[in-house]
Design a protein around this ligand. Structure first.
Ligand SMILES: N[C@@H](CC(=O)c1ccccc1NC=O)C(=O)O
Length: 381
C-alpha cells in the first residue's frame, strides 16, 4: 500500500519580508469510559496572527511532494519555519522551527495543483498530526526532518482516501526544539541551539504548537505523537504548563501516540531491568544533560509521575502506546509503567501496540508509523 516517493521542489512561492520505575509489571487494563471528559472543551484562547507570525510563515516557500510513480502532486511542504519569530533574543535559532506538510487532496486546486496561497493555513477537514522527534534531548543527527518518510507515507494514504471520499488528515507537522549539549557533537564551540536545559525543550515544543495554532493548524480534535524523549515531551505538553514555570496556552490534543517512549527516567536509573542495566550510565548522562543534577526534577518531569491524569489533561480521550519488544535502548517496562499509571489515574482509552524493530526503526522506515497514525486519526472521523 505504501509506495516509494520522492520529494522535489517544483516551484518557489514568493517570499515576503525577511526573507519514571523501570521494574516490569504485567500489562494493564484498558479503561473504557473516555467519552464523558470529551465534553469539556479547551478554553485556551488563541491570540490572533501577528505580523511577525505572518512574515515568519511566508519566509519559507512551499515545495511540492510528488509521487515518483504517477508524477502526481501529493501535497505541499514548508521546512524549518521559525516558530518563535526572531528566535530567542532575536537570534533566530535554527532549532526553533517546524516542518509542515499539507495533503494536496485537501487544498483548493487539487485537480490542477497549486501551492496554497494564503497568509495562514487553509482550513481543511480532517485532523492534524504533530510529531516530536527523539534522540535523548541531544542527538544532533535527529531532527524534525526525521519524520519525512512517515509524512510522505501519510500524504500517499491521504491521496488514496481522497479517491474514495474523505480524507482524515488536515495537515502534518514535525517540531524542532533546542537540544542539550551532546558529548560528541562535531560542531565544537558554543551553539545556542545546543545549550538547552529543562524546561527549554518543552518551552519550545509549546511555542511551536502555539504558533501552528495561531496559523489555524492543530486545533479541535488533533493528534500529538512523539518518539522516545519526544513521547516524554508529548505528555509534558498536555500537563499544566505551570509545572514547568511556563504560561504558554495551547489547545491540547485529544489523542497522544507515544512511540518507544521514555516515561520514567528516575525509575530506570534507580533500578533498570536487568537486560538494560548496561545502559544505566548512558541514561544518567543524558538525563543530567537535559534536566540537571537535581533528582527531584527528573522525577517531576516524568509523565509517569503525574498523579491525576483526568484533571491534568481534560481534553484527553485516547492514548496509544506503541513499543517494540526488540528495542535495544528502551525497555518494554517503560510502556507498562506508563499504561498502568494512566489507567489508574484516568478514564482514557488506552491502546497498546507493537512498534516492531529496533529503537529508531519506526521513524527511519516510516511505513509502520504512518499506518499507526493513519489508523488512529481515521478513528477520530
Ligand atoms: N542517540 C542518542 C541516544 C538515544 O537517543 C537514546 C538512548 C537510550 C534511550 C533513549 C534514547 N533516546 C530517546 O530519545 C544519543 O546520542 O545520545
Amino acid at each position: 500500500m505504501w509506495r516509494r516517493l520522492s520529494q522535489i521542489v517544483v516551484k518557489v512561492r514568493r517570499r515576503h519580508g525577511f526573507d519514571c520505575s523501570g521494574s516490569a509489571s504485567s500489562g494493564f487494563p484498558t479503561a473504557a469510559g473516555a467519552q464523558s471528559k470529551s465534553d469539556k472543551t479547551t478554553t485556551a484562547t488563541m491570540p490572533s496572527l501577528s505580523e511577525k507570525d505572518q512574515l515568519a510563515w511566508a519566509s519559507v516557500p512551499w515545495t511540492s511532494v510528488v509521487d515518483e510513480e504517477s508524477g502526481k502532486v501529493l501535497g505541499w511542504r514548508k521546512s524549518q519555519v521559525p516558530y518563535i519569530p526572531g528566535g530567542v533574543d532575536n537570534s533566530g535559532l535554527s532549532l526553533q522551527t517546524l516542518d509542515v506538510w499539507l495533503p494536496a487532496s485537501g487544498t483548493p486546486g487539487y485537480a490542477t495543483p497549486q501551492a496554497p496561497d494564503a497568509p495562514s493555513l487553509p482550513s481543511q477537514s480532517g485532523h492534524w498530526i504533530v510529531y516530536i522527534h527523539g534522540g535523548a534531548w541531544r542527538d544532533p543527527m535527529i531532527d524534525a526532518s526525521s519524520f519525512s518518510p512517515t509524512a510522505i507515507n501519510l500524504l500517499q494514504a491521504a491521496a488514496s482516501s481522497f479517491s474514495k471520499g474523505s480524507v482524515p488528515i488536515a495537515g502534518v507537522a514535525s517540531l524542532n526544539y533546542r537540544l542539550s549539549p551532546h558529548p560528541n557533537h562535531p560542531t565544537g564551540g558554543r551553539d545556542p541551539n545546543r545549550e538547552a536545559r529543562h524546561p527549554d525543550h518543552i518551552s519550545d515544543v509549546l511555542g511551536g504548537l502555539a504558533f501552528l495554532q495561531r496559523l489555524g493548524g492543530a486545533t479541535g480534535s488533533w493528534l500529538l505523537s512523539g518518539h522516545s524523549c519526544g513521547a516524554t515531551l508529548a505528555f509534558q505538553a498536555v500537563m499544566a504548563p505551570s509545572r514547568w514555570g511556563l504560561d504558554t496556552a495551547i489547545v491540547k490534543p485529544t489523542v497522544i501516540v507515544g512511540l518507544n517512549g521514555l516515561y520514567d527516567l528516575a525509575g530506570f536509573i534507580t533500578m533498570p531491568p536487568p537486560e538494560y542495566a548496561g545502559l544505566r550510565d548512558a541514561y544518567e548522562e543524558f538525563t543530567r544533560g537535559a534536566f540537571g543534577d537535581d533528582k527531584t526534577v527528573w522525577k517531576d518531569a516524568c509523565p509517569a509521575t503525574a498523579d491525576d491524569w483526568t484533571s491534568e489533561w481534560q481534553e484527553g480521550k485516547q492514548v496509544v502506546l506503541a513499543q517494540s519488544r526488540e528495542d535495544s535502548l528502551v525497555p518494554y517496562a517503560q510502556l507498562e509503567k506508563m499504561g498502568a499509571y494512566l489507567s489508574k489515574s484516568s478514564s482514557l482509552n488506552i491502546r497498546e501496540m507493537e512498534a516492531g524493530g529496533d529503537h529508531d526503526d519506526i521513524w527511519k522506515k516510516g511505513d509502520r508509523l504512518a499506518e499507526i497514525l493513519y489508523d488512529v486519526v481515521s478513528g477520530l472521523m
